[in-house]
Write a protein that binds this ligand. Sequence first.
Ligand SMILES: Cc1cc2nc3c(=O)[nH]c(=O)nc-3n(C[C@H](O)[C@H](O)[C@H](O)COP(=O)(O)O)c2cc1C
Length: 417
Amino acid sequence: MAHPSKDIKQTRGTELKDKRIVLCITGSVAAVQSPEIARQLMRHGAEVFAVMSPMAQKIIHPYLMEWATGNPVVTELTGKIEHVALAGQHDDKTDLILVAPATANTISKIAAGIDDTTVTSVASTAFGSKIPIVIVPAMHESMYRHPILDENIEKLKALGVDFVGPRVEEGKAKIAETQEILEVVIRKFSASKDFAGRKILVTAGPTLEYIDPVRVITNKSSGLMGIEVTREVLLRGAEVTLIYGVGTATPPREARTVRVETTKEMHEVVVSELKSQKYDVVIATAAPVDWKPKKRYNYKVSTRKTSTLNIRLEATPKIIDVVKKICPETFLVPFKAEYDVSDKELIENAYGRLKKVKADLIVANDVARKGVGFGVKTNEIFIVNKKRKVVHVPLTTKREASRKLLNLIAKEIKQRK
Ligand SMILES: Cc1cc2nc3c(=O)[nH]c(=O)nc-3n(C[C@H](O)[C@H](O)[C@H](O)COP(=O)(O)O)c2cc1C
């Protein structure tokens, strides 16, 4: 009978179906994240086997990893030669070795070719079997800044080992987010590289406009839709530039990100990007503030001196209007948010905008609907093409909506040729 813990396999996706992943855990407090990493890999289809260094076993108990993976955990090397069973050359060959978390100690030992623990022996064997290795470091910042560790990381990178993170925060080189680790793993196996070799420009997040030095006008966009689009195109092999406003969602490290505050800045950066290199696709998910105060006070306007303040607003420049003027060949996909309209109006208005800006596809949503739009993880979108054909993506995660959108962009680009 299969271990009951395996009932979550493939509940979130099939990208890792039939993949055997060895999750090596070393003696970092970040080992508390390892069960969740294992579970996320399983939810996307992977079979996960945990290997724990002696120090890791002092931080979390092997039972927890056995529960998480539904497989026996390697805690020592015995007559079963576990390191060869898991990382050797044979029919049931492992597809990936993921060291998460990886201590400074283990990273340096792998780089030096030392194998004196379960984890380092598995890693050494994997080199000889040409099994890909991904290392996810976690430690105090002072350990991370050790020049020899730095050299060792570079040495491993040169040997083809991938590194994820760390996130340097609060004096610590923290383990990468589970989502980021999952994405790197999926990307390693992702068969569909249908955007490989393409340059994509994504705009995301809200902008803000100043009333005075401390007060601003903005909107409630989190930037997550654009971040999910960015993650998805990266996964599919594209080179991405993200022009990101003041959103709260964290952009993926692999995207070249340019941060901006105001709509004018976003406009200027988009123009200069389009003029400096050829982008195959522009996906404009951003929610730039479209009204700005006509006058910006250069001092903090005091409510002690005036109890009312009249602000005259003027429209900001429309970023998507310039795209086709600069690059008529670029495949343009703007997003258009409406508030409390019918499906028919949503589609009509979107189609009108598509024609006006000469877009190739347009994505419309109604942010008044439950679970849609600003600040939530889900979206319901309508994608309209030049022939007025509509694809409705019912309420789903922003990631899934991005996937459907990119499938459609890929299809339209193919037909255009
Ligand atoms: C509670 C605790 C937390 C630790 N956290 C880390 C860490 O995050 N990163 C690190 O490199 N070492 C950390 N260490 C030190 C390592 O456990 C130590 O260097 C050990 O030798 C690593 O062995 P391993 O790499 O075989 O697991 C920690 C130690 C303890 C006791």
